[in-house]
Design a protein around this ligand. Structure first.
Ligand code: GDP
Length: 487
């Protein structure tokens, strides 16, 4: 198995780890990675987490907080100088004052939250009150799915991408790109215009895979979907090519040009992310939106399982890993969290957790995963709905109540964004494994009614105190990710 880093990378990672450990002696710090594919809920999760800790939210299952051991939580300047700060203040204003969802994650950002706490053990208390810095690192899951590229050649990647493009819904979405590819003889001299056209069609195909109705998980390179500063740069102007053309390709060929750019993408984009950010994380939460995939059908769920396996491979320990052992020494806990559980009645929360559990277990097998402790949880970082029952024809139905966002529809009804509405979201099956049945027999695709709700209005107590953002099991997530650090 090829190692994805070179010796210089490993030396730098080792040095960073040493420096971090030295700083840790004086200022205990946890670097918490928050990731997930686009729109999985990273921005909302971080904003809700910080708000609940700063404002003393209701977090009964986060023991240090519930027992009153956290004396103070505050935001402090982050130590990393060359990474944008997570716009907490702007996001919380949007959520609470405008009751709108904030702008989603487009690139990496960071925020330092400091907790001043009293240790639970009498022994540790003798050394005085403790301080824990939590450096929250928000980054797109698409960047994580880029890591396997480091272990692949251009030809291997092309072969894999072309095979995948022949499957299920992807075939139709890839049609334009595949047609252009069929007309391309990549063994011939490189032509920049053809390179640009191929990259554009390939990007179009990747984007189409992520649309709501298809909800296929992604295929690298992640920056093709969120290019940022690198838009139109050569490092982002390539596409998989017919591997057959590679065998007869000269150094002046389109094939050679694209292969060179693929390597440049790894050098300019993937390696720096791996070395400077990923390798320095201690804990990781991976947010997943299984509801979107369930609603799109078994193919989308199968695809999500593959993406989870690829993600798990990034955290795999042991001799078969292509990650250097230096990295794996650090990440010791990973939480897979199904977000947006508030779209379902609580009777279905267990089932939502069960489907994610099943996907993660299958991914664990697929990736031969053994490594950091992984746990699965269904949660909503922000609870936008309440629960109720509706009676109809002598029967009662559990419903969720909320304000659907203006323009959302159920059947022929379009919502105005101002009206509280009761929605019967539908049920996930008791045996969630039928959802993965590739014949589509057990699929509930299209049967579930999901509308996007506006963020909730914050409640006020009798004393006039405004409560923090409501959530579902955010406290359980915090306990798993941080509880032991505050013991
Ligand atoms: P990101 O791309 O991972 O940063 O995703 P966001 O955090 O921006 O979330 C994308 C969208 O998902 C938001 O605009 C909301 O519509 C929805 N969302 C995310 N988290 C929650 C949640 O906890 N509850 C509800 N009801 N919706 C959520």
């Amino acid at each position: 198995m090829a190692s994805i880093t070179n010796l210089a990378d490993e030396a730098l990672i080792a040095l960073d780890n040493l420096q971090d450990s030295a700083k840790n002696l004086f200022q205990p710090t946890v670097r918490l990675g928050v990731t997930g594919l686009s729109r999985s809920g990273k921005t909302v999760f971080i904003t809700a987490l910080v708000h609940n800790l700063l404002k003393g939210g209701r977090l009964p299952l986060f023991e240090a907080h519930a027992s009153g051991r956290i004396a103070k939580a505050q935001l402090n300047p982050q130590p990393t100088m060359d990474v944008p700060r997570f716009s907490y203040e702007e996001h919380i204003k949007t959520l609470v004052e405008e009751r709108a969802w904030p702008d989603s994650t487009r690139a990496i950002s960071e925020l330092r939250l400091t907790l001043h706490y009293e240790s639970a053990s009498a022994f540790s208390r003798r050394f005085g009150a403790g301080t824990l810095n939590i450096d929250i690192v928000d980054y797109p899951g698409e960047w994580l799915l880029d890591l396997p590229l480091l272990g692949m050649t251009f030809t291997e990647w092309s072969r894999q991408a072309l095979e995948l493009a022949q499957k299920g819904n992807r075939k139709k979405l890839a049609e334009k790109w595949l047609k252009l590819l069929a007309k391309t003889d990549a063994a011939k001299d490189a032509d920049e215009n053809r390179a640009i056209d191929l990259a554009r069609e390939f990007t179009g195909y990747l984007k189409a895979c992520r649309e709501d109705e298809t909800a296929l998980s992604t295929l690298p390179p992640g920056r093709f979907l969120m290019p940022g500063d690198l838009k139109d740069s050569p490092a982002l102007t390539f596409s998989p090519l017919d591997p057959g053309d590679g065998e007869k390709a000269a150094s002046t060929s389109l094939y050679a040009l694209m292969a060179k750019r693929f390597e440049a993408y790894k050098d300019v984009v993937v390696r720096p992310f791996f070395r400077e950010h990923f390798a320095r994380l201690d804990r990781q939460i991976v947010l997943v939106d299984p509801l979107q995939a369930i609603n799109a059908g078994p193919e989308a769920l199968g695809d999500l399982e593959h993406a989870l396996a690829d993600i798990l491979r990034c955290f795999r320990a042991g001799s078969s890993s292509w990650l250097p052992s230096l990295v794996l020494r650090r990440i010791d806990k990973i939480l897979f969290a199904a977000t947006k559980a508030d779209h379902l009645h609580h009777e279905n929360h267990q089932r939502l957790e069960a489907i994610l559990n099943l996907l993660v277990n299958r991914a664990v097998e697929r990736a031969h995963y053994a490594g950091a402790k992984a746990q699965v949880l269904a949660m909503a970082a922000v609870r936008a709905t309440k629960e109720g029952v509706v009676e109809e024809g002598g029967e009662t139905f559990p419903v969720i109540l909320g304000e659907p966002i203006s323009g959302e529809t159920i059947g022929d009804k379009t919502f105005d964004g101002k009206t509280q509405t009761a929605v019967f979201p539908g049920d996930l099956p008791k045996d969630v494994s039928v959802l993965l049945d590739e014949t589509g027999k057990g699929s509930v695709a299209g049967d579930l009614r999901f509308v996007r709700f506006r963020p909730p209005k914050l409640e006020t107590t009798a004393e006039g105190l405004t409560l923090s953002l409501p959530h579902i099991r955010l406290d359980r997530a915090l306990e798993f990710l941080l509880g032991d650090q505050l013991a």
